[in-house]
Design a protein around this ligand. Structure first.
Ligand code: SF4
Length: 338
């Protein structure tokens, strides 16, 4: 509305523009025919719509689609569309590259290039929905979003939160906060800040280790915010009714997948009295990474120990393996090849 007023237009023109961009997902000013041509020309001269484009799409035999997206400055990020029977999930990025340096992640090898803006973050969702369903068409399935692509959400906190408010706005994309999951590798001060947010999605924590020594080798950030500090922050994190914190646990053969690891994980959850569930993620191996995935028999045994001790535990079904669908792999590959 402010933009319309700045241009000497009535506030409802601003509302029309907002609705066209976010509710109808129209990405070019020329296509917003509700607005008169002179106003479109004025808008084109004074502002710009985020210029993210689809550089490439990789289709998996299981229906997963992986998107290489080009930002306005030519930098590349990725998003993944994962269709399921009753819902779709879109995995999105929040940074170009990542500074956290997790040993099992290809994105870590890029280092950090820059933060994405809120507009760039939201544009991924619009582009993917439009590519799958067409602009202006309602997504037939309920859309879930996960911030598990490139980047550490809490190292780009303000833009991620701004994007979330846009994504959840009922007058815009209207995605319910409970359908959004923000993942962090454990930036403790931001977990505390996130707890206070009015519009707050679900929280997932990438754990992947049960002792400080082991976790620091896998997620170097653990040196700064150790497991004790992380668990205390989660203990103080007020959850909604039936809400749980999710621990993401990448299963690495012979590294973090023993019975003792599973038992330590149970003890941690009990000691800190956490309402938590665990997602076990079979590692997606890559020649550049020094790990193999735990065999399925080991993952099942690990799951059994957790479940027998009352911890709700899922094994994440690998999706899009034929198109390198592990988050971070595609952009890393493309950029390494340049
Ligand atoms: S797993 Fe996530 S936080 Fe860790 S390096 Fe990769 S993108 Fe960054």
């Amino acid at each position: 509305m402010e933009l319309a007023q700045d241009l000497g237009e009535k506030p409802f023109r601003g509302k029309q523009l907002y609705k066209s961009l976010y509710a109808r997902r129209i990405l070019t000013l020329d296509a917003i025919t509700e607005l008169a041509k002179p106003l479109r020309d004025k808008l084109a001269a004074t502002s710009h719509i985020t210029e993210t484009t689809i550089a490439n799409v990789f289709n998996s035999t299981d229906g997963t689609r992986r998107y290489l997206l080009k930002l306005g400055d030519g930098k590349e990020v990725e998003a993944v569309f994962i269709p399921e029977e009753n819902r779709d999930t879109i995995c999105i990025s929040c940074q170009v590259g990542c500074a956290v340096g997790c040993a099992f992640c290809m994105t870590a090898q890029l280092g950090i290039k820059r933060n994405m803006t809120a507009g760039e973050i939201v544009s991924q969702v619009i582009l993917v929905l439009n590519e799958v369903y067409g602009a202006g068409e309602r997504a037939p399935h309920r859309t879930n979003l996960v911030f598990m692509g490139m980047g550490e959400s809490f190292l780009n906190y303000d833009e991620v939160m701004k994007a979330i408010r846009l994504l959840c706005d009922e007058k815009g994309l209207n995605i319910h906060p409970k359908r959004i999951t923000v993942s962090t590798s454990g930036i403790v001060p931001k977990i505390n800040e996130f707890a206070q947010e009015e519009v707050r999605p679900r929280l997932a924590v990438s754990l992947s280790g049960t002792t400080d020594e082991q976790r620091t080798k896998l997620i170097p950030l653990n040196k700064r915010y150790g497991i004790g500090e992380l668990m205390t922050a989660l203990q103080n994190y007020t959850l909604g009714r039936r809400e749980k914190v999710t621990f993401e646990y990448v299963m690495l053969d012979g590294i973090n997948d023993s019975d003792e690891d599973a038992q330590r994980l149970v003890k941690l959850i009990r000691r800190y009295q956490l309402h938590a569930m665990v997602n076990l993620i079979p590692h997606n191996p890559a020649p550049e990474l020094p790990f193999a995935s735990s065999p399925m028999s080991r993952i099942l045994r690990f799951q059994n120990i957790l479940v027998e001790n009352g911890v709700v535990t899922f094994i994440r079904r690998p999706r899009g393996q034929d198109i390198s669908a592990a988050c971070g792999q595609l952009a890393a590959r493309q950029q390494a090849a340049k």
